[in-house]
Design a protein around this ligand. Structure first.
Ligand code: INI
Length: 184
């Protein structure tokens, strides 16, 4: 039998969509910076004019799932990264938005088979959100790592087949990762 896990190398052929909710822009802008920094330092070209990362801006977190799902359906991306910030404040709006975005992102991944990274911070206060977006650490970096890990893992998982002895074979995944083919 075998062990499959994502890698953080050979990222040159990976493609990502980043879906970003503008609401709480101060926080979300920092999450995006952290995420881009992570991708760049792992060899991904994050330039919007390049061919590895596309950016989709939506008004708020509530709108993220519909775009994330459509991006995943396009089959253009190894992973879709969703970035947003839902801050409780004094309003019950928080619960509706936070509930829908988490359910929607999970559904987008499950329905399409494409990893959709849940990069939406949900906090009670702006202070807590800022702490997670760079004051203490920047979770955007972690979301970038998750996307690379899942993207490289899924290439292996999609390449799996069962040979005549009933054994799993990952030959095509190896070919894809080594850049020999884009076919999965
Ligand atoms: N959107 C967020 O991303 N974060 C929030 O904290 C938030 N709050 O609290 O209202 C929020 N609301 C906007 C929502 O996502 C939609 O854009 C809006 O309701 C229009 O559909």
């Amino acid at each position: 039998m075998a062990v499959f896990e994502g890698t953080f190398t050979q990222t040159e052929s990976l493609r990502f969509a980043i879906v970003i909710g503008r609401f709480n822009d101060l926080v979300v802008g920092k999450l995006l910076e952290g995420c881009q920094d992570c991708l760049k330092r792992h060899g991904v070209d994050t330039n919007p004019q390049g061919n590895q990362v596309d950016y989709f801006w939506v008004p708020g977190s509530f709108e993220i799932p519909v775009v994330a799902r459509q991006a995943a359906l396009s089959r253009r991306y190894d992973a879709v990264i969703c970035l947003g910030a839902v801050i409780r404040g004094q309003t019950p709006h928080f619960d509706f938005v936070a509930g829908e975005v988490s359910k929607g992102i999970a559904a987008a991944a499950f329905q399409t088979g494409v990893p959709v990274i849940f990069g939406v911070v949900t906090t009670d206060t702006m202070q807590q959100a800022l702490e997670r977006a760079g004051i203490k650490s920047n979770l955007g970096w972690n979301y970038g790592m998750s996307a690379i890990e899942m993207g490289t893992l899924m290439r292996q998982v999609k390449g799996l087949s069962v040979n005549s002895y009933g054994e799993l074979a990952a030959a095509s995944a190896v070919q894809v990762l080594s850049g020999e083919t884009n076919e999965i």
